[in-house]
Ligand binder design. Structure first.
Ligand SMILES: Cc1cc2nc3c(=O)[nH]c(=O)nc-3n(C[C@H](O)[C@H](O)[C@H](O)COP(=O)(O)O)c2cc1C
Length: 206
C-alpha cells in the first residue's frame, strides 16, 4: 500500500511499503560492521555479519543486534542462550564479506577462540562482547537479541564502516588509548583483505 506523508518536505511521496526504498533509506545511516556468533548446543560455530549492533544500557551492560528470519542461521540465534558480537576493524574486511555470504562453513580458515560463554570471539576485532541472552523481541521479519555482556575485550585499530551498500575503510585514533577520541575519518579508500586472519586454525563451523 502506498502511503504519502503530507508533512514530509520531500517532493516525492514515498511508499513505506517499498522494501528497496526502505533498504536504501536505512542504508543512509553510516554504521560500523560486526560479526555476531553463536554455537548451538552440540553444533558447529555460526556467524553472520551485522550492522544492527547497538549498545543499549550501561547498568546492566546490554547490547543488541537483529537477525533476519531469512538467514539460514536464524534457528541457531533464535534458540541461543548466549552469543558474542565482534566489532570489526578495517583489516577484517574479508571477514565481513565471508560472514555476509551464504558459504556453508564460514569459519573455515578463520581464527577464533571461545569466550567465557563458549561463543566464538574473533581475534583482531576492535571489541568483542560475550553475552548471555537478556531478552528476545519479535520484530517483523527480524528478531532483536538483547545480550547482557559478561565479558569484553578491546584491540587497537581503525573501524570498518558501512554506508549505502559499501564498506568504508576508516582511519581513527587508537580507541584503546586513554586519550579522548577525536573524530578523524578518511572515507572511500579501498579496504584490504585480512590475509593474516586466514592463517589461523582450521576449526570449522557454519
Ligand atoms: C554490512 C552488512 C550488514 C548486515 N547486517 C545484518 C543484520 O544486522 N542482521 C541480519 O540478519 N543480517 C544482516 N546482514 C545480512 C547477513 O550478513 C547475511 O545476509 C546472511 O548472513 C546470509 O547468510 P546466512 O543465510 O548464512 O545467514 C548484513 C549484511 C551486510 C553485508
Amino acid at each position: 500500500m502506498t502511503r504519502a506523508y503530507p508533512s514530509c518536505p520531500s517532493p516525492h511521496p514515498v511508499s513505506a511499503a517499498d522494501p528497496d526504498l526502505f533498504r536504501a533509506a536505512a542504508g543512509s545511516f553510516l554504521t560500523g560492521v560486526a560479526i555476531a556468533t553463536v554455537i548451538p548446543p552440540g553444533g558447529q560455530p555460526c556467524g553472520i555479519t551485522v550492522n544492527s549492533f547497538t549498545a543499549v544500557s550501561l547498568d546492566p551492560p546490554l547490547v543488541l543486534f537483529c537477525v533476519g528470519r531469512s538467514s539460514r542461521r536464524f534457528d541457531a540465534f533464535d534458540q541461543a542462550r548466549s552469543f558474542a558480537v565482534n566489532i570489526l576493524s578495517s583489516s577484517q574486511h574479508r571477514h565481513a564479506a565471508v560472514f555476509a555470504s551464504q558459504a556453508q562453513d564460514k569459519f573455515a580458515g578463520i581464527e577464533w577462540t571461545s569466550g567465557p560463554t563458549g561463543s566464538p570471539l574473533l581475534p583482531k576485532s576492535l571489541a568483542s562482547f560475550d553475552c548471555v541472552l537478556h531478552e528476545k523481541i519479535e520484530a517483523g521479519d527480524h528478531i532483536v537479541l538483547i545480550g547482557r555482556v559478561l565479558d569484553l575485550r578491546r584491540t587497537p585499530g581503525a573501524p570498518l564502516g558501512y554506508f549505502r551498500g559499501g564498506y568504508i575503510d576508516c582511519v581513527a585514533p587508537d580507541m584503546v588509548s586513554e586519550e579522548p577520541m577525536r573524530a578523524s575519518r578518511k572515507a572511500g579508500s579501498p579496504a584490504q583483505p585480512d590475509v593474516a586472519g586466514e592463517a589461523g586454525s582450521a576449526r570449522s563451523g557454519c
